[in-house]
Write a protein that binds this ligand. Structure first.
Ligand code: DAK
Length: 257
């Protein structure tokens, strides 16, 4: 499928989705979000792809939702356009999704990175939620995902001041997994994606699902999901392969079955 605002590169077993509106720092218009959601849908259905990288390229991740577009909208437009629904497929992607963040990841851009499973940040990256300066608040999960990861007081600072944090501080807060020289960000993210793509896909998928459950459910419910997925994996060919490969001192070859 052809896209206007993003680039999709498939290099089995991984794929890379690149936001591509450099003139406006990859501002996330509804069209951009729609294309990212459609591309992730395609990658989810493509068995040759086992993990994906989402990036904005070498200079900027995304400076937020498109303010040109939002400035014209009313509350009723927001509701009728189902803005929240448009963004949902990004958080619902079932394969591992790694954000490669260079430069600014602000507002909706930061929220998109937080929807990913791992974040690799270039050393000059800045992550933040400046919405307060526009008279709004984050609308794609920022007020919930920041405190769940970095705690209440950091989240308050980020939301109320609107000031971004550096890549290094984000790393110290547990918001990003790795800080690397900016020119290495995408390559390191791809390397991690390839590493994850070599793992048994069903185990990876159910591990992701179980970890995400921890953000939503009480402990007993999360443990029940973990337990059922654990039992289920013993019905897969990959579990047999993984354990036999270990005992036979060879590398497992996994089929996602
Ligand atoms: N939208 C539209 N255009 C943007 C933009 C944005 N978010 N950010 C930058 N641009 C445009 C600038 O207008 C400028 O365009 P021209 O003037 O050249 O035509 C061009 O990109 C270059 O930007 P600057 O000249 O400003 O570049 P600087 O290096 O000087 O500054 C900056 C970079 C990132 C500090 C600055 O551009 C900036 O502060 N940008 C705005 C950051 C921001 O406030 N972001 C939060 C937006 S609100 C929702 C989901 C999500 C959201 C809401 C609802 N639902 C699901 C309901 C999200 C909301 C937001 O993200």
């Amino acid at each position: 499928m052809g896209y206007e605002h993003i680039l999709v590169e498939i290099e089995p077993p991984i794929a890379t989705v690149t936001l591509n509106r450099p003139k406006v720092l990859n501002a996330l218009s509804p069209a951009v979000i729609g294309e990212v959601a459609a591309a992730l849908g395609e990658l989810e259905a493509d068995d040759s792809v086992r993990a994906a990288v989402l990036t904005g390229g070498p200079k900027v991740f995304a400076a937020g939702a498109d303010i040109q577009d939002m400035a014209k909208q009313t509350a009723v437009d927001q509701l009728l356009r189902d803005q929240t629904g448009r963004w949902a497929p990004l958080a619902g992607f079932k394969k591992p999704l790694i954000a490669a963040v260079n430069g600014y990841a602000l507002g909706g851009g930061c929220e998109v990175a937080l929807m990913c499973d791992l974040i690799v940040a270039g050393d000059t990256a800045r992550l933040g939620q400046p919405e307060v300066n526009l008279g709004i608040i984050p609308g794609a999960g920022g007020t919930q995902r920041w405190p769940r990861t970095a705690g209440k007081h950091v989240a308050m600072e980020v939301m109320l001041t609107g000031a971004p944090v550096t890549a290094q501080r984000a790393y110290e807060l547990g918001i990003v997994n790795k800080v690397v020289p900016a020119e290495m960000t995408i390559e390191v993210a791809k390397r991690i994606a390839r590493e994850l793509a070599a793992k048994p896909p069903l185990a990876v998928r159910l591990a992701k699902e179980a970890v995400l459950k921890a953000f939503e459910a009480p402990l007993s419910e999360g443990l029940a999901v973990e337990r059922k997925s654990f039992y289920f994996l013993f019905a897969t060919e990959d579990q047999k392969e993984g354990m036999h490969a270990f005992l036979e001192k060879r590398k497992g070859v996994f089929k996602g079955r």
